[in-house]
Design a protein around this ligand. Sequence first.
Ligand SMILES: Cc1cc2nc3c(=O)[nH]c(=O)nc-3n(C[C@H](O)[C@H](O)[C@H](O)COP(=O)(O)OP(=O)(O)OC[C@H]3O[C@@H](n4cnc5c(N)ncnc54)[C@H](O)[C@@H]3O)c2cc1C
Length: 432
Amino acid sequence: MAPKDFEVAIIGGGIAGLTLAIALHHRGVNVVIYEQAAHFAEIGAGVSFTPNAVQAMKHCYSGVYSAFEKIRTGNLWPSKKNVWFDYHDGYHDKDETFAFSITSSIGQAGVHRARYLDELVKLLPEEHARFGKRLEGFERDGSGRWRLRFEDGSEATTDAIIGCDGIKSKVRQLLYGDHPCSHPTFTHKYAYRALATMEDAIKAVGEEKAKNACMHMGPGGHMLTFPVNHGQTLNVVAFHTTESDWPDYNKLTRPAKREDALRDFANYGPDVTNLLQLCQPNLDVWAIFHLGDHPVPTYAKGTICIVGDAAHATSPHHGAGAGFCIEDAAVLSDLLADDRVRTQQDIEVVFSVFNDVRRERGNWLVQSSQHIGNCYEWIGQGVGEDFSKVENEINTRNGMISDVDVQGLCREAVGILRGRLGGDGMDKGARL
Ligand SMILES: Cc1cc2nc3c(=O)[nH]c(=O)nc-3n(C[C@H](O)[C@H](O)[C@H](O)COP(=O)(O)OP(=O)(O)OC[C@H]3O[C@@H](n4cnc5c(N)ncnc54)[C@H](O)[C@@H]3O)c2cc1C
């Protein structure tokens, strides 16, 4: 691919911004990330990936996949190699809690977030990132390029803006103003997150449940666990549904005590309560916000577009939000790198194609994730406490997430682009 004359600015260097920048850089597109923090950083502990995400990593750039392979941790028992999660009744106190197993071609594939980011950072030369740059606004300059304004008073210019600035995206707010999608809403679920040593976890729940990914279901709450750090650590996330509103929209976490977690899961079985006992005495509660109440009407306007959580921030119950960020990066990098894309007008077409091929799938994930989270908590509409229905819902929806041909999606997007730019290729319209 011939080098490009234009430059794109990525706002935000999380998984979406970084994988997109890496994919663009390795396709010869000039790219700069503007990140508000002083360095790249991920918050939280583990993130696990589904098969579509792994395909997308390979497609973005081989190094994105090797980084994952280097640090991924699966289930520790060979017999559980293809198990995504074993589902348990986490509520009733009984000896045999097993409900059903959900499998996948890659089984459980978790990484420690900060370690994955450390590996990704190595794939982007440092001159492509600027730190301490919190976007405040943008406007066109006299030549038709964009002038970006940052809170530290500095400015930069660019030909196109890609908002990868997460769930509370400033780019989305600037694009949509008073539209309700400017602000994500509380899903009425929050989560306690903890990391336990494998030794402690085995004492709490026994070897099988500590060394392999488990979902402990209950009424109005569920806990997921999977090993990270090559099996030295167990990642624990316990979700609770509440009727209350979240106290402060501006803060996604609030301080809590271990006793609060134990109170929320007071009537649960010993697996759940024993694992909660391993939490630190002082911990954070994470609010789960999403864009499900007010989906974004379009991911692109002119030479501005939004990607990842900025476009389709989802609750985490499918474990697919970050994977969809990487899918976005695979599609958008192929589009921008296409030889026919030369001018700002071409970039507008690129972004409109990106919107057309990605929005339905992105917005579907947000809705489906909320539903499946309810299924884990026996409050899914039409599903309730019927485990065979819960299992069926998970398998059907996981199939829609995982069983895609990412290379095919990228090829199809480029075909549409070429159709619209007047080259060869076919405009087949959007697909999920
Ligand atoms: C509890 C929990 C568990 C999850 N588990 C999984 C999982 O197992 N699997 C999975 O696939 N997904 C999971 N997800 C979802 C996943 O974490 C997100 O979809 C993904 O991390 C979003 O990445 P992003 O790059 O779009 O946004 P972010 O990671 O939020 O990155 C946005 C970046 O933009 C920067 N930024 C923000 N505003 C500005 C500004 N104005 N100017 C400059 N920079 C700015 C931020 O500092 C940040 O670096 C989970 C989410 C949660 C909450």
